[in-house]
Design a protein around this ligand. Structure first.
Ligand SMILES: Nc1ncnc2c1ncn2[C@@H]1O[C@H](COP(=O)(O)OP(=O)(O)OP(=O)(O)O)[C@@H](O)[C@H]1O
Ligand SMILES: [Mg+2]
Length: 268
């Protein structure tokens, strides 16, 4: 693929983020796509991986159809470079499955294989986002542990709060050193969302003895659903919308953080 040939070598490795949630439908894929577009446009080389083997959505939500998928890469039918597709605004996308609803368990062997393939991309990108499915299935957790940091998306719904706690608990118990960040989605008020995070943070600190980081909130915005319906990324469909403004703010915060955290995929 052209895009693979165009990848220059970089000196430092990609920082890998897993975007996850306890409860489903809280906005992981929307945030993953649009945050990736914003950061890619800011001049970073960003790869967005759709790891939702059962319900791959990124193709649908960006209008990009991949020639090869993660499944084919794992099965040795395609190289990881051949599976990279060019998405909106020059973003690079790697798709999980053909979206046929086939749920394939990763398992230890396949996870190892994919992790090795991912390492080949280490020097080609600045940031890699892995959009996961919801919940704490082994599949989701396997992808989370490929990342340097997990971003947990939650909303103000009590169920989303409880499920976010459950996922942070699983992560912390299995890998205490994992960096955990939180984004509050469908926010009606920035201050209230920060207060919600503060409450969440207190509970996590008290019961899990874990430090987590607040990335910010994304506004509740009808434009998000409209963009999904039209299969156009929000960043292109409504670049000036309130939700996009929040996503740009999160991106700016992340870039500030980036400079002080020069970890790579290798020293995880
Ligand atoms: N900030 C927002 N404001 C309004 N609606 C939103 C917002 N974010 C997401 N939504 C709505 O929620 C729906 C689900 O979003 P999305 O597919 O991104 O969630 P998800 O967490 O990836 O879901 P899944 O768990 O199924 O993968 C979107 O189609 C959109 O209608
Ligand atoms: Mg999703």
């Amino acid at each position: 693929m052209e895009i693979a040939r165009n990848l220059e070598n970089k000196s430092s490795g990609a920082r890998v983020y897993a975007i996850t949630s306890g409860k489903g439908g809280v906005g992981k894929t929307s945030i993953a796509i649009n945050l990736s577009i914003v950061l890619n446009k800011a001049g970073l080389k960003v790869l967005l991986i759709d790891s939702d083997m059962g319900l791959a959505n990124i193709d649908l939500m960006t209008g990009v159809s991949a020639l090869h998928t993660i499944e084919e890469v794992i099965e040795g039918k395609a190289s990881i470079f051949d599976a990279l597709a060019e998405g909106p605004e020059g973003l690079t996308i790697l798709s999980a499955s053909s979206g046929l609803g086939r749920i394939n368990d990763m398992g230890e062997e396949r996870t190892k294989k994919f992790r090795n393939e991912l390492l080949k991309l280490e020097n080609a990108f600045d940031m890699i986002f892995i959009d996961t499915g919801a919940g704490i299935s082994a599949n989701v957790v396997d992808f989370i542990f490929m990342a340097d940091e997990v971003m947990v998306i939650m909303t103000s719904e009590p169920t989303a709060f409880a499920d976010a706690y459950a996922i942070v608990k699983v992560i912390t118990v299995e890998k205490p050193s994992m960096n955990v960040g939180v984004i509050i989605n469908m926010s009606r008020n920035e201050k209230e969302s920060k207060m919600l995070f503060d409450r969440f943070n207190e509970i996590v600190k008290k019961f899990l003895e874990k430090e987590i980081e607040y990335h910010g909130s994304v506004a509740l915005d009808k434009a998000v659903a409209d963009a999904v319906m039209r299969q156009i990324p929000l960043a292109l469909y409504a670049g000036k919308s309130s939700s996009m403004q929040s996503i740009r703010k999160i991106a700016r915060n992340m870039l500030g953080i980036e400079n002080t955290k020069q970890r790579t995929i290798f020293n995880r």
